[in-house]
Design a protein around this ligand. Sequence first.
Ligand code: SF4
Length: 382
Amino acid sequence: MTIDALLSHAADGGRISADEALHLYTEAPLHALGHAADAVRRRRYPDNIATYIIDRNINYTNVCVTACKFCAFYRSPKHEEGWTHPLEEILRRCGEAVDLGATQIMLQGGHSPELGIDWYEQTFSAIKSAYPQLVLHSLGASEVVHISRTSSLDYASVITRLKAAGLDSFAGAGAEILVARPRTAIAPLKESGETWLQVMETAHGLGLESTATFMMGTGETNAERIEHLRMIRDVQDRTGGFRSFIPWTYQPENNHLRGRTQATSLEYLRMIAVARLFFDNVSHLQGSWLTTGKDIGQLTLHFGADDLGSVMLEENVVSSAGARHRSNRTELIELIRGAGRIPAQRDTLYNHLVVHTDPVDDPVDPRVHSHFSSTALTLQPV
Ligand code: SF4
């Protein structure tokens, strides 16, 4: 098929192969690629709404034995700068988030050998008991693998116990790039991409949905980028459990991946568009403003994205690696409006909580700003 024919086929809802996606990613004119992706977005979401969520990422520990080369956040066990927050501090931050209008908590942290299933069960139960209105969209496949090791449990048992303790869904963190060659190069001690997908498939089967992420720009080839998408789509065909796909760009500061470069803004926009065309089975596509900046974040809404993710009340992991972008609720609303779309605050399930149809009467709490604390919590846009 010619590029024009491929774009029409995909824009009309036809499935494209991985080879065809790679062809479009590398060869299609940028404008035509974005136009086709936006056509798919418009058909899926004819209300012209683009969403955001208010949540708080709580990084409960920076102690980690997995030592990913791209990570500027972790400290090895016994390192003098290592910390694990006591439950009281985690609850205090949850309460603060509730006061600021957050609907979701993302507990993300290092793989501390001190934390077994009991710690997670007690923490989740305590949060749910104190703040039953908060959705716990937390951890991820990597944490399940780690807990299975520290507590000698199989994946299904870990997932079942986390769910019983209050976990509502898994974040898509830890996916990085699922393809073996680049994954091994950047995270040699992390579980394989196949295991990450196996855990997610198990979770979906046990009733815990998730998101899926992609960290672009650590030295992978274009073909490996598309292969990452294919691996996720194949699982999604079987489970339907991935609610959204969230690509973001690697941040290169303060870590051990010297010499590698970030994905460019154009590469990022092309990835957003191809993801919208390739993932005919994933409902939502999130553009990242945290790692690419607000201008590119806004542009993603013209390349197939329907969501700008979180007004993050706290973020430490990506900012540790050099992400300098900050935003707040008012700015995100204006970014969405500037793209010609209607802003809406969503919940974890993408239900619209507040639709901002009137520019004058936005009930924006001025306290809802990004708080980038040097002492606390979050992993990646998930
Ligand atoms: S990315 Fe996560 S698993 Fe990897 S070193 Fe950092 S905290 Fe540990």
